[in-house]
Design a protein around this ligand. Structure first.
Ligand code: ADP
Ligand code: TRP
Length: 322
C-alpha cells in the first residue's frame, strides 16, 4: 500500500481536523509501505491572499503535524510548492481536462456561494489536486467525504491521459473515511474554520476553557436525566474515550445529577490531558528551527525524486522530451 494525503494550510488546526484527518492518517501511515504527506500551500492560495497569514499557517502546520506524531523518517513530508512538478503537471492535465468536468464540481460552486473569489485557480483546483496525486502513484488516497468528487476527477484525468498518450498513470482509489463521524463544533454543526465554531488543537488552557464553556446545550437542570447522544459535549468527549469509558459517561448522563457545567469541565480536562504530550513536543520543536528546516528540505528532496521520475515519463508521452 502506498498512500498520499494533503492538507491546506489555511488556518489553525482544530479537533475536527485531528479526529477526522490527522489521527486516521497517522494510523494508516504505520500500515503503508510508503506514505506521502504534503502541505497544500498552492491550493491554500485560492482562499488565503494575505502573505503574512499564509506564511504563519504554513509554518504552524508542520509543527502541528510533527507534534501529533508524524514521523519524517518513515513518511515523506513536504510542501507542495517545493516540488515544481505539481504546477507543471497541472498545466499538462488541464489541456486534457474537459471544461464540463470542472463545471460539475460542487466544491467550486459551494466556495463561490460562500463568497470566495471565483478565480481561475479556484476553478482548476481539482486539476492541481489530480496532479498532486498522479505524480506519486499512490494506491490509496485517504480523504473525507467532501473530497470524493475530487478523487473521481483525478481518476477521470488519469484514464483520459492514458487513453490519449499511453499507459502513464496509476488510477488512484479513494479511501473514504465513512466511519470517522463528523466532529461537531461548539454550535452543534460540523466543526469548521468557516463556521467559527472550532476548538483549536493547540490552544492554551484559557482559550480552550472559553470555547468549551461556550458549547451550546439544552437547558436541562443538573438533576434531570440527559440524552448523551444528542449532547455536543458528550459527542466531543466520546472521541477521546474507549468504548467502555464512553458507556460509563453515557450512564452518568442518563442517571441525572451531572450538570452541563461539570460535563464541560470534564471535557476540558480530557482535552488538555490528551494533547499535553503533543503540546510539549510542539513547544520543543518550536525551539529547533534548524531541525524543522532540515525535515522540510529532506522531504522536498525525497518527493522530487518520485515526482521527477513521473514527469520524465509524462514529457516523453506528450512529446516534450527532446
Ligand atoms: P475546515 O472545514 O475547517 O476548513 P478542512 O476542509 O481544511 O477543514 O479539512 C481538512 C481535513 O480535516 C479534511 O480531511 C476534512 O475531512 C477533515 N475535517 C475537517 N473538519 C472536520 C470535522 N468537523 N469532522 C471530521 N473531519 C473534519
Ligand atoms: N483538497 C484537499 C482538502 O481540502 C487537500 C488536498 C490537496 C489533497 N491536494 C490533495 C488531499 C491531494 C488529498 C490528495 O482537504
Amino acid at each position: 500500500m502506498r498512500t498520499l494525503s494533503g492538507i491546506q494550510p489555511s488556518g489553525k488546526l482544530h479537533l475536527g481536523n485531528y479526529f477526522g484527518s490527522i489521527r486516521p492518517n497517522l494510523e494508516l501511515a504505520t500500515k503503508a509501505e510508503q506514505s506521502f504527506f504534503f502541505i497544500a500551500d498552492l491550493h491554500a492560495m485560492t482562499t488565503v491572499n494575505d502573505p503574512a497569514v499564509l506564511r504563519e499557517a504554513r509554518s504552524d502546520i508542520i509543527l502541528d503535524y510533527l507534534a501529533c506524531g508524524f514521523d519524517p523518517e518513515a513518511s515523506v513530508l513536504f510542501y507542495q510548492s517545493h516540488v515544481p512538478e505539481h504546477a507543471e503537471l497541472l498545466w499538462i492535465l488541464s489541456t486534457v481536462c474537459p471544461m464540463g468536468l470542472l463545471e460539475r464540481a460542487v466544491s467550486y460552486k459551494d466556495k463561490v456561494q460562500k463568497g470566495i473569489a471565483a478565480s481561475v485557480g479556484l476553478f482548476t483546483y481539482p486539476v492541481l489536486m489530480a496532479a498532486d496525486i498522479l505524480l506519486y502513484a499512490p494506491t490509496v488516497v485517504p480523504v473525507g467525504q467532501d473530497q470524493k468528487q475530487h478523487i473521481e476527477i483525478a481518476r477521470d484525468l488519469a484514464m483520459k491521459f492514458n487513453h490519449s498518450f499511453g499507459e502513464t498513470f496509476t488510477v488512484p482509489d479513494p479511501l473514504i473515511r465513512e466511519d470517522s463521524a463528523v466532529v461537531p463544533g461548539t454550535d452543534g454543526q460540523k466543526m469548521s474554520k468557516s463556521y467559527g465554531n472550532t476548538i483549536p488543537l493547540f490552544g492554551d488552557e484559557k482559550e480552550t476553557l472559553k470555547t468549551i464553556m461556550g458549547i451550546v446545550t439544552d437547558s436541562k437542570g443538573v438533576e434531570e436525566p440527559k440524552d448523551p447522544e444528542s449532547c455536543t459535549v458528550f459527542k466531543l468527549h466520546k472521541l477521546f474515550l474507549s468504548a467502555g469509558e464512553a458507556k460509563k459517561l453515557a450512564e452518568k448522563y442518563k442517571a441525572g445529577g451531572l450538570g452541563y457545567g461539570d460535563a464541560k469541565k470534564m471535557l476540558l480536562e480530557t482535552t488538555m490531558d490528551y494533547f499535553a504530550a503533543m503540546r510539549k513536543k510542539r513547544a520543543e520543536l518550536e525551539k529547533k528551527p534548524a531541525y524543522i528546516k532540515e525535515v522540510i528540505a529532506e522531504g522536498a528532496k525525497k518527493a522530487s525524486i518520485v515526482a521527477g521520475g513521473t514527469m520524465q515519463r509524462v514529457r516523453k508521452a506528450v512529446g516534450l522530451d527532446v
